[in-house]
Design a protein around this ligand. Sequence first.
Ligand code: SF4
Length: 245
Amino acid sequence: MEDFTREGTLPAQELMAWALDRYQDRFSIMTSFQAEGMILIDMAVRIRPNVRIQTIDTGRMPEETYQVMDAVRERYRVAIEILYPDHRELERMTVRHGINLFYREPVFRRLCCHVRKVRPLDRALQQLDAWATGLRAGQSEERAGVEKLDQSGGRVKLAPLADWTAAQVEEYFITHDLIRHPLAAKGYRSIGCAPCTRAIQPGEPERAGRWWWEEGMSKECGLHVTPEGTVKRALDVLLEDIISN
Ligand code: SF4
């Protein structure tokens, strides 16, 4: 593993410039077109107009996100690579568990996220040496420890805005007149799939509108004993059933 201690302290623009120069087409911005992703795109296009931009279309996105994608294509004249779930996995999951399985209990929500998001992302990452996301430490307690440069996943993962505040994000938006997601004006601060995202109230954490019905429920998957007597996470059992047929 290379020592990128210096790079991990660079300001956002310099870190992006370094990654674009070093990794070229083996680098992409992975975005869902929320505020932070829009900043990364804007920064990157100024440095390398043909930067790779990738997004996951889970099949449950709000229409407004597709509108933003088109607006980005037109404004920056960039190609957007859209990653899709494996249709066979999707079919098995929905046949076995229903189309809105995520409302039943957390383990089914996690299964849906794996099939629709995590697995397409994993497949895309196989083709990359480095990638960037718009994660910020201030977005939630879970993200408080996010690093600007992380190699723990086996490739370089950048979060150039890791140390930015919400005020800095807004300032960049105003200065550069960026495209705003239409749902932001309706109180959505973190925007994912349509059935799993709602607007938040003033004072709520930024990600309070995601999977809000899980509030107060255990986030643990629990353990499951298979017919062979093997103890596994319930999620692994459900996932194996979807991907091994
Ligand atoms: S956010 Fe909701 S619809 Fe989207 S992949 Fe996760 S559980 Fe499924």
